[in-house]
Design a protein around this ligand. Structure first.
Ligand code: GAL
Length: 821
């Protein structure tokens, strides 16, 4: 019998379980997490937040006062951890939460001389760090109402990650400390928790120290889960499935960890079933084992079935392994582990192969922040960002330079996006290895993961013997935990030295022209572009203006170490031994405002899309050459008042055979398209209409026009989805565009747009993609930048109809109706 949706969701261990319901259904993913909470409950709501102080205990809720922190268990650790503490003055927040978003941008009081990079630019000019003790520590409080029937269960909290240096207190007791800002951690609270009572969870987060050279956010920017299990259970990440196709069949080696956290011996029966995405069972087996009290064991089985449905980028089929653990016939645990069946091979001479077919990696490097919300990206926004990358033609994602959220990884599994995931620190100290181990254990069942990256541009070690030793230690650990996937490292120099031979695949950050020589020298090592291209562009701008920190959006400007999109891709596209490349970057991100690297720039210019995900012109270059559909993209806009008669460079990114350009109906000639290259004309400006007509296989495509627009007259408000889940998490990505009276986009419009919301939803952040903007992210008003702005609308936990109106002085407003249920 085919189980109903309800049945499938019950007891599933994670978000991906729900995604296997057939076609990818992002709207249902997060809901499933909450609906599936037999073991796990997500603690997103009802948190209170206040800033503490990194130096002064009196302003840090007495944390560290009188050196009393560890003196007596549960005593005097912090006033904020006490049950009776009055937190009514604290802000009420939802997770994920990034408090850096609410901090102002602050210029360096002692900037370096003009011409030099400002070291404060890298992290995006937020007042975080040891120089800013008053804004670098955050405190969170949450009341855990634990039902009485949890008595006798093992209880734990799972943090998907927090930035950074976390002290977790329950009922006033320190229950855990964790430093790394990107790695998940688990806290056993069984001994301290009081089922049947209100339990006070307090978390101190200290973001004083950075781990990256970019904006990193601050606080509980990922989910926190409460996990309740029987004493006999499958521990976190305790199911490993290594599946492979065998002809048209499938074979899956399954290893299940079991834990007995009680005195009595337990005779366990573990029933395993493999279920396909339609919910049809395709294989089953049973194993038994005896677990002594307070002991661990493993059971292993190999399951096989016929007519395998492979996971691929086009059809990302996911199976689930469902493990049910019984003791004396009583069901004590049910653990679901999604997995896929596919082969992924890097060949030094011929590149990457998925399921035996050559597949160029068309990748993007991405950071984990977005306009409006910083590092606290709602799950649906993770999916939305990946949708934009797929629309551009990407089939691969490099998580630079840290493990991403599990929800992003779930979405890559479900959407068929290949991932190179990366640990934050290239180091072999205990903490770094523990983070690496957590990364591999968490993600080793995922079909999307094709390589583990051990690090990025570690100039002090990448070319040295010491680096080789560190890399070898890291690779050894990875191979123990997951012998099925290769390792890689991203280098910017020292190719062939130090860590190079210690990893399977060598990643070239930029330096695409060096790859040919390397391949000739080391023909046995697969290579890929771990960071490629890196044109700097401001969306919608076409003239460099250093005073205003603007770079043109032609594919022309790049840092000295990098290249244009066209330069790297023409090289990589034609060389099969280059497995592919990951552009730097998919989206603009906060910090690293190259080429200016000084106030007032606060965000990067590297993205093919801006920080809101609005395409820049390079997006269309990649889309033309990375996707099969015929495409003609014409730029710049055609509003150049005051420049009449002056030559304007007009570019076309097109993948058709030929393009003819017209100005006000007059042909300016036609040009043949050369693969992977743009077309360019120089056109004396006259207002009106510039038009590109593409021809493919003798057929004319619909013409593409840019028209001289009049003054701003009205607003067009749209949302990517108008039917939302009323779960307090789901979001609609709202876009505002400024149009003239004839409905033409006004390219330079800078209008202060205000969003009014009625109904059960709220705006959680706004943005406009301008790397120089210092406007507040958490606001309901935003200037449009070159005609566009974005607002992120998040639902409440009650359903109903939602009306959003976008208005600006002197413009006709626009209203959008949505529904949450
Ligand atoms: C690379 C680095 C990236 C980013 C980029 C900016 O060297 O790996 O993280 O900093 O440069 O150009």
């Amino acid at each position: 019998m085919r189980p109903s949706r309800r049945v499938i969701l019950q007891g599933s261990a994670g978000a991906v379980a729900a995604l296997s319901l057939g076609a990818f259904a992002p709207a249902e993913a997060a809901q499933a997490v909450q609906a599936s909470s037999s073991r796990r409950t997500r603690l997103d709501h009802d948190w209170r937040f206040a800033l503490g102080h990194a130096q002064d205990p009196a302003r840090d809720f007495d944390f560290g006062l009188d050196q009393a922190t560890y003196a007596k268990a549960g005593r005097k650790v912090a006033s904020a951890a006490a049950a009776g503490f009055d937190d009514s003055g604290w802000r009420s927040v939802r997770l994920p939460h990034d408090w850096a978003i609410d901090l102002p941008f602050v210029a360096n009081p002692n900037p370096p001389p003009v011409g030099e990079d400002d070291p404060k630019a890298a992290h995006g000019f937020k007042p975080l760090g040891r120089e800013h003790p008053e804004t670098s520590v955050g405190w969170y409080r949450h009341t855990l109402d634990l039902p009485a029937d949890l008595a006798g269960k093992r209880l734990s909290l799972e943090f998907d990650g927090a930035f950074r240096d976390v002290v977790v207190l329950l009922n006033g007791f320190i229950v855990h400390e964790h430093e790394g800002g990107y790695s998940p951690f688990r806290v056993d609270i069984t001994d301290i928790a009081a089922p049947g009572e209100l339990n006070v969870l307090t978390v101190r987060v200290d973001a004083s120290l950075g781990e990256g050279w970019f904006y990193e956010g601050a606080g509980l920017y990922r989910h926190v889960w409460l996990v309740a299990t029987d004493p006999v259970h499958v521990p976190q990440w305790g199911v490993m499935v290594r599946a492979e196709p065998v002809g048209t069949d499938a074979r899956a080696a399954v290893v299940i960890d079991l834990k007995n956290e009680a005195d009595p011996e337990a005779v366990c029966q573990v029933d395993m079933r493999v279920v396909d995405s339609d919910g049809v069972q395709v294989a089953e087996d049973t194993a038994t084992t005896t677990l002594a009290g307070w002991n661990e064991a493993q059971v292993e089985r190999t399951l096989t079935w016929h007519r395998v449905r492979l996971w691929s980028t086009g059809t990302p089929h996911l199976y689930r392994l469902i493990a049910e653990v019984r003791v004396d016939g009583r069901l004590v645990d049910r653990y679901e582990q999604p997995f896929g069946v596919r082969t992924a091979v890097f060949d030094a001479a011929r590149g990457f192969f998925l399921n035996g077919q050559p597949l160029k990696l068309l990748g993007a490097c991405c950071h984990q922040d977005h306009a409006g919300v910083g590092a606290a990206i709602p799950d649906r926004l993770q999916v939305w960002r990946l949708e934009q990358l797929k629309a551009m033609g990407c089939n691969a994602y490099r998580a630079s330079h840290n493990p991403p959220t599990p929800e992003l990884m779930d979405a890559c599994d479900a959407m068929g996006i290949l991932v190179i995931t990366e640990t934050r620190r290239m180091a072999s100290d205990d903490a770094a290895l523990a983070e690496l181990e957590a990364l591999v254990r968490r993600d080793r069942n995922r079909p999307s993961v094709i390589a583990w990256s051990i690090g990025n541009e570690e100039q002090a070690i990448q070319g040295t013997e010491r680096g080789a030793r560190i890399a070898t230690t890291m690779v050894r650990l990875i191979n123990q935990l997951d012998p099925t996937r290769p390792t890689t490292a991203a280098l910017d120099q020292d190719f062939g030295e130090g860590v190079s031979p210690a990893v399977d695949i060598l990643g070239f950050n930029y330096r695409t022209p060096l790859m040919e020589g390397y391949h000739a020298r080391v023909p046995t090592q697969p290579i890929l572009g771990s960071e490629t291209g890196s044109t700097v562009q401001t969306r919608g701008e076409y003239v460099r203006d250093d005073a205003r920190h603007i770079v043109p959006a032609y594919d022309t400007e790049h840092p000295w170490w990098a290249s244009t999109a066209e330069a790297w891709w023409t090289l990589a596209a034609e060389r099969p031994y280059i497995a592919g490349g990951f552009i730097w970057t998919g989206f603009d991100y906060r910090g690293e405002p190259t080429p200016f690297n000084r106030w007032p720039s606060v965000a990067s210019y590297f993205g093919a899309m801006d920080s809101c995900g609005f395409p820049k012109d390079n997006y269309w270059y990649y889309r033309a050459w990375w996707r099969p559909e015929p495409l003609v993209h014409l730029f710049p806009h055609w509003n150049w008042a005051g420049r009449e008669g002056e030559a304007i460079p007009v570019w076309v990114h097109a993948n058709v055979d030929r393009v003819e350009l017209f100005l006000n109906g007059r042909s300016l000639g036609s040009k043949d398209v050369v693969a992977n290259r743009h077309l360019e004309w120089s056109v004396p400006y006259a207002p009106g209409v510039i038009e590109a007509r593409g021809f493919k296989d003798g057929r004319a495509l619909a013409p593409v026009r840019r028209e001289t627009a009049g003054v701003a007259s009205r607003i067009a408000l749209t949302g990517d989805r108008t039917r939302l889940r009323a779960d307090g998490q789901d979001v609609s990505m709202l876009k505002v565009e400024i149009l003239d009276a004839q409905g033409r986009p006004v390219p330079a419009a800078a209008e202060p747009v205000t969003f009014d919301v009625s109904g059960p939803a709220r705006i959680i952040g706004v943005g406009n993609g301008n790397p120089v903007s210092h406007e507040a992210d958490r606001a309901t008003t935003r200037l449009t930048f070159n005609g566009l702005a974005q607002a992120i609308l998040q639902t409440d936990r009650t359903g109903g109809s939602i009306t959003v109106t976008a208005r600006a002085p002197g413009l006709r407003p626009s209203t959008l109706q949505l529904r949450a249920a």
